[in-house]
Structures are given as structure tokens and as C-alpha cells.
Design a binder for this molecule. Structure first.
Ligand SMILES: Nc1nc2c(c(=O)[nH]1)N[C@H]1C(S)=C(S)[C@@H](COP(=O)(O)OP(=O)(O)OC[C@H]3O[C@@H](n4cnc5c(N)ncnc54)[C@H](O)[C@@H]3O)O[C@H]1N2
Ligand code: MOO
Ligand SMILES: [Mg+2]
Length: 408
């Protein structure tokens, strides 16, 4: 079976459902998608209060006050922020007041301390305030009953600010997907261990764990499992209970020990199409277990696994989290060097992209082979070459996926 990239993505997104929302403490909701309209139970400000450290006055008492003609008023009390003093400003008096403190009854304006001698018992005032000057009125920001945020908003620091300010300790959000990650391959060893003949370090489970965590998931990196059908099935069955999504790498091509494909094909719920892309042609997707947990079986070649994550797994994670759009936002840019591209396959070429006066420019890095991992650390973009393009020339325009840019 052969599928285009778009067809395979459609199959993936067709099987993945947003996770059910639940209440989370405010800080745990950072980066997640809000699942309720938020109505403020309070007005902001909640009460008339001073915008300045100074004196609460009746503006009319200070008509004509100036440097040459200062007016002196008795100070009948003091109100700090957080206090609520039953003081009344009657005609010809004032109250010392701090920023954020409730306005006393009778006062209509605030004179900043800089316009005065700062007196405690009496104060000499050298300017006339406008009526209502330096007063922050109850409800001028928002009113109790106002909708302050819509469902589907992604919660960042600015949204958390508003939720806290209206007194929300918990909010309804879609949770972080729990992602189980398994590397298959008898040749794999954990970084930090000694390599024997023919062995390599497992980089895929780290790549995928890092990418999934950055995309908002809670990651369970199981690590390495041998190319043994029973071990692979047992591991996946054990892990399913804590997974909203499973990712494996390796064992999906045509080798004698490519057993992931062999054992999971038998389940009948996972397809192994040839996806018309490069890299990432051999891979599988389906669901496992009674809960129909989505599972991606990505190819073992490191660049193939990573690119497949960006093309298929990231959109699936975004859909689980309820984050729109599912796909990456792309920019147009100029490709700086020439290369060929296989006919009939969408090619994703790793590149270093920069933006300048002329817009985005991208140079390929690290070669095209899907085993060539070295250049990946210098890349920050993928050049997307359509199926019908077989040669890209220096100076051509292309779609660029910026990999370090947050998508929402
Ligand atoms: N006869 C054919 N052979 C291959 C084909 C094909 O169409 N016909 N496709 C090639 C392509 S394209 C890809 S991609 C790979 C897919 O390989 P598998 O998914 O079967 O993965 P493995 O055979 O287990 O490993 C491939 C390669 O990647 C290395 N690897 C695997 N896991 C890791 C890991 N966790 N960290 C680092 N490197 C890993 C592994 O050592 C192999 O070198 O198949 C081609 N072959
Ligand atoms: O399709 Mo493989 O993923 O090119 O190396
Ligand atoms: Mg193989």
C-alpha cells in the first residue's frame, strides 16, 4: 500500500481524538488549551483606589493652588494598600494614601506626594489636581460577569495573569498527552555504556522524547527493546495502560529482524503503508488495545524518525491537546544551494534558515542520507520539496518549516 503524506496525515488525524478536559491547578495549565469560557466573578479594580502615593483630597479644596500660592490642608488619617480605614474626607481636609489603597469616602482625587512637602499632620500642596486625578475606578478594567477568556485559548503567561487576577485557582484544560517511547534494535545501547562490536547508541528514543516533551507531552522513555517479537509485544502491552500515544522506532522495513512490522501487522489495527516521502518511507500507524491507543511505528534511521515526528506525530499531539492548527506554520524562503529530489515523493531537507532584509533564506546542512545525524544539530528548519519537483536550484523559493518556532 502506498500513501501520500497528506493521505497518511488524514488517516492519523482521523483516529486521534482530543483528550477529555479536566481541572488543573493554574500553573499546571501553562501551555495547555483552555476548555471553558471564563467569566470573571469579580470586577477589576474591585474598589476605587489610588494610583499614586500621595494625598486623597477633594479637588475643589485645591482650586488655585500653585507654587506661589500653596494650600495647606490638615491630614486626618493614613490608608495603606490592603487596609480599609473608615476615614471620611470632609471639606478642607485630606488623607495620606498609598498606591492601591482604597479611596476614603468623600475624596474625589489624589495629589501625588511630589506636589507636596510630604507632611504628616498637615500638608502643603502646590498644584491643583483635575477632578478624579490619580483615581483608579472600580470596574474600569473589567466587570463581574464579563467574559475574560474564550475556550480554546492556549494558556501562556499573559493568560495565566488574567486568570489569577480574577481569582481562578484551577481551570479546565485538556491534559498533557502521556507518550510512551520505545526503541527497537539488538544493536542499540544506552548512551553512557560501552559499545561492543557492531553496536551503536540509541539516539532515537532521546530525539523523540525531547521532541514530544517540547510539544507538550509527558514522556515515558522506555528505552531499548530487542528485536524479539514477544519482548516487543509484552513491552507495548505493559506500557499501554499509561499511554495516550505510543511511539516506536526501528524494525519497520524489509529486514529479517524488522519484527515490529511483522508482529503489529498481525494485530490488524496497524497499517504499514509506503508513505510517499523522503525520508520516512517505511512506517506504520494504527491503534492498540481496548482503549485504541494511537501508535506510531517510525523508521529506525535517525533522520527518518525525527522528520516523521514533525510530519505526523506533532500534529497528532496537537490534536490530543486540542491545539489548533494541528500542522506547523510554514514560511516561504529562498533555497541557497541546488539539490535533486525523488520524483513522486515529498522531500524534507534539513537546513539552516536565517531571516534578513530579503526574507527567509535556507542552506542545506548535513547531507541527505537519513543516517546522517551529524548536521541535525546545526539545522533549524526543513525545506519542503513537493512531490512533482525533481530538482531545486539555488535561488528557488520553497516552503520552510521553522523547527524552533513555537506553534502555539
Ligand atoms: N530492502 C530494503 N531495505 C530498506 C528499505 C527498503 O525499502 N528496502 N528502506 C530503508 C529505509 S528508507 C529506512 S528509513 C530504513 C527503516 O529501517 P527500520 O525501521 O527497519 O529500522 P532498523 O532496520 O531497525 O534500523 C535502521 C537503521 O537505523 C538505525 N537505528 C535504529 N534504531 C535506532 C536508534 N534508536 N537510534 C539510532 N539509530 C537507530 C539502525 O542501526 C539502522 O542503521 O530501512 C531501510 N532499508
Ligand atoms: O525513508 Mo528512509 O526513511 O529514507 O531513510
Ligand atoms: Mg530494518
Amino acid at each position: 500500500m502506498r500513501r501520500s503524506v497528506d493521505e497518511h496525515l488524514e488517516v492519523v488525524l482521523g483516529r486521534v481524538r482530543p483528550l477529555p478536559p479536566f481541572e488543573q491547578p493554574l500553573m499546571e495549565a501553562l501551555g495547555l488549551v483552555l476548555c471553558e469560557d471564563v467569566i470573571s466573578p469579580v470586577s477589576l479594580p474591585g474598589f476605587d483606589n489610588s494610583a499614586m502615593d500621595g494625598y486623597a483630597v477633594r479637588a475643589a479644596d485645591l482650586a488655585g493652588a500653585s507654587q506661589e500660592n500653596p494650600i495647606t490642608l490638615p491630614v486626618v488619617g493614613e490608608i495603606a494598600a490592603g487596609r480599609s480605614e473608615p476615614i471620611v474626607v470632609t471639606g478642607g481636609t485630606c488623607v495620606r494614601i498609598m498606591t492601591g489603597a482604597p479611596m476614603p469616602r468623600g475624596a474625589d482625587s489624589v495629589v501625588p506626594v511630589e506636589w507636596t512637602d510630604g507632611g504628616a499632620a498637615t500638608v502643603r500642596i502646590t498644584q491643583t489636581p483635575a477632578l478624579g486625578a490619580s483615581v483608579r475606578w472600580a470596574g474600569e478594567d473589567l466587570r463581574a460577569g464579563d467574559k475574560v477568556m474564550d475556550a480554546d485559548t492556549v494558556l501562556g503567561p499573559r493568560q495565566i495573569a488574567v486568570l489569577a487576577a480574577v481569582g481562578r485557582a484551577r481551570v479546565k484544560v485538556r491534559p498533557r498527552p502521556r507518550v510512551v517511547i520505545v526503541s527497537t534494535g539488538a544493536e542499540l545501547r544506552e548512551p553512557g555504556s560501552r559499545l561492543g562490536e557492531g553496536q551503536i547508541y540509541d539516539s532515537n528514543s532521546y530525539t523523540l522524547a525531547a521532541a514530544a516533551r517540547q510539544a507538550g507531552a509527558v514522556v515515558y522513555r522506555v528505552g531499548i527493546v530487542d528485536d524479539d517479537p514477544k519482548k516487543i509485544m509484552d513491552t507495548l502491552s505493559d506500557q499501554l495502560v499509561r499511554a495516550d500515544l505510543v511511539i516506536t522506532s526501528g524494525g519497520v522495513s524489509k529486514g529479517v529482524y524488522d519484527v515490529v512490522k511483522e508482529v503489529l501487522t498481525k494485530l490488524g489495527t496497524i497499517d504499514f503503508p509506503e508513505v510517499a516521502m523522503q525520508p520516512g518511507k517505511p512506517q506504520g500507524f494504527g491503534v492498540m488495545g481496548d482503549d485504541e491507543v494511537p501508535i506510531f511505528t517510525l523508521p529506525g534511521n535517525p533522520v527518518s524518525a525525527y522528520v516523521s515526528f514533525e510530519v505526523f506525530v506533532r500534529p497528532a499531539l496537537r490534536k490530543l491537546m486540542g491545539a489548533m492548527p494541528f500542522g506547523r506554520q510554514a514560511v516561504q524562503g529562498v533555497v541557497m544551494d541546488a539539490f535533486t529530489s525523488p520524483p513522486g515523493r515529498r522531500q524534507f531537507v534539513r537546513a539552516a534558515a536565517t531571516s534578513g532584509d530579503e526574507g527567509w533564506m535556507a542552506s542545506t546542512v548535513g547531507g541527505h542520507g537519513s543516517h546522517l545525524l551529524g548536521g541535525l544539530s546545526r539545522s533549524n528548519a526543513l525545506i519542503v520539496v513537493p512531490e512533482d519537483v525533481t530538482a531545486v536550484r539555488a535561488g528557488d523559493q520553497a516552503e520552510l518549516w521553522l523547527l524552533d518556532e513555537e506553534t502555539g
